[in-house]
Write a protein that binds this ligand. Structure first.
Ligand SMILES: [Zn+2]
Ligand SMILES: [Zn+2]
Length: 258
C-alpha cells in the first residue's frame, strides 16, 4: 500500500496542512487542507473518503472536492460518486452543517438527487470494509464528538490511524497481538497545555507515553496533529520522557510503502 501524507498538522499556517492521508491514490483518510495540494486529476481519481469525525480540520475538503470534480465525473461514461464513509453522527453533522445550502450547496443531491456527486455511507466501530482493493477496519476513538480511527491491512501488517483521541483503552485491546506496520497517533498539545488536552480529548506527550506502554513496543510510531509552532516543544517533551521505542513526527509530503 502506498501512503501519502497530504497534511498532518493540527491547524493551518504557511507549510502546515490539516489531516489528510491518501492511500493508493484512491482512498482518502480525512479531508483536511492537505487535499488542496492535489491536482484536479488526482482529486478526480479519489473514489472513497474515510472520515474520523466531524471537526472542521478533518472534513473541510469534502464540499470543495465535490465542487472540483463534479464536471469531470459527469463527462465520464459511467458516473462515479465520491463515497464518504463515517459514523452516522458524523454524516448527520455534514448534512446539517456543511451541505445545508447555506455554508455550501447540498452536493448530496447535486447535480440531481438521483445521481449525486457525494454519497454518504454510514459505518460503525468494528465494521470491516473492502474499498478499492483495501481491507479496512473501523477502530474506536475517544474525542469530544463521536469519532473513530481506521486500520488498513497491508502486506507489512496493519497501518493504524487513531484519529483525534484522548486515552483510549478499547483501541489497545483491539490491537493486542496484531502485527502493526505503523501507528499514526495524535499529540495535539504540549504538556504545558495538559489541562486543555484532557478537556478537548486530545493527547499531550505525557498522556501519549501512558498510552504507548499498552501497545507493542516494536511498532514504529508516527506522531500527527501537532499544532503549528508547537513542533519543537512537543518533540522535545516526547524525547525527554525517554519513550523506549522507534518514534518520529510525521511531515507533510512523507510517503510510505507498506
Ligand atoms: Zn477533533
Ligand atoms: Zn483534528
Amino acid at each position: 500500500m502506498d501512503l501519502r501524507v497530504l497534511g498532518c498538522s493540527g491547524s493551518i499556517a504557511k507549510d502546515n496542512r490539516t489531516t489528510s492521508f491518501l492511500l493508493n491514490d484512491r482512498v482518502l483518510v480525512d479531508a483536511g487542507t492537505g487535499v488542496g495540494d492535489l491536482s484536479l486529476d488526482e482529486l478526480a481519481a479519489i473514489d472513497h473518503v474515510l472520515l474520523s469525525h466531524s471537526h472542521l480540520d478533518h472534513v473541510l475538503g469534502i464540499p470543495l472536492i465535490a465542487d472540483s470534480i463534479m464536471r469531470r465525473r459527469l463527462a465520464e461514461p459511467v458516473f462515479r460518486s465520491l463515497r464518504v464513509h463515517a459514523l452516522p453522527a458524523t454524516l448527520e453533522a455534514l448534512r446539517r452543517h456543511l451541505f445545508n445550502n447555506v455554508i455550501w450547496p447540498d452536493f448530496t443531491r447535486l447535480p440531481t438527487p438521483g445521481q449525486a456527486i457525494v454519497e454518504l455511507v454510514p459505518v460503525e466501530v468494528g465494521q470491516r470494509l473492502d474499498l478499492a482493493g483495501l481491507h479496512i477496519e473501523v477502530l474506536p476513538a475517544a474525542h469530544t464528538v463521536p469519532a473513530c480511527g481506521f486500520a488498513v491491512d497491508t502486506p507489512s501488517g496493519w497501518w493504524v490511524y487513531t484519529g483525534d483521541t484522548g486515552p483510549n483503552p478499547p483501541l489497545w485491546q483491539r490491537l493486542r497481538g496484531r502485527r502493526v506496520a505503523q501507528l499514526v497517533i495524535e499529540t495535539a498539545f504540549s504538556d504545558d497545555e495538559r489541562a486543555l488536552a484532557e478537556m478537548s480529548r486530545h493527547h499531550c506527550p505525557s498522556s501519549l507515553a501512558q498510552e504507548l506502554v499498552q501497545f507493542d513496543a516494536e511498532t514504529r510510531v508516527a506522531i500527527t496533529h501537532i499544532k503549528p509552532g508547537e513542533m519543537a516543544a512537543v518533540t522535545g517533551q516526547i524525547a525527554a520522557l525517554g519513550i523506549d521505542r522507534p518514534l518520529f513526527a510525521l511531515a507533510r509530503g512523507d510517503r510510505f510503502s507498506f
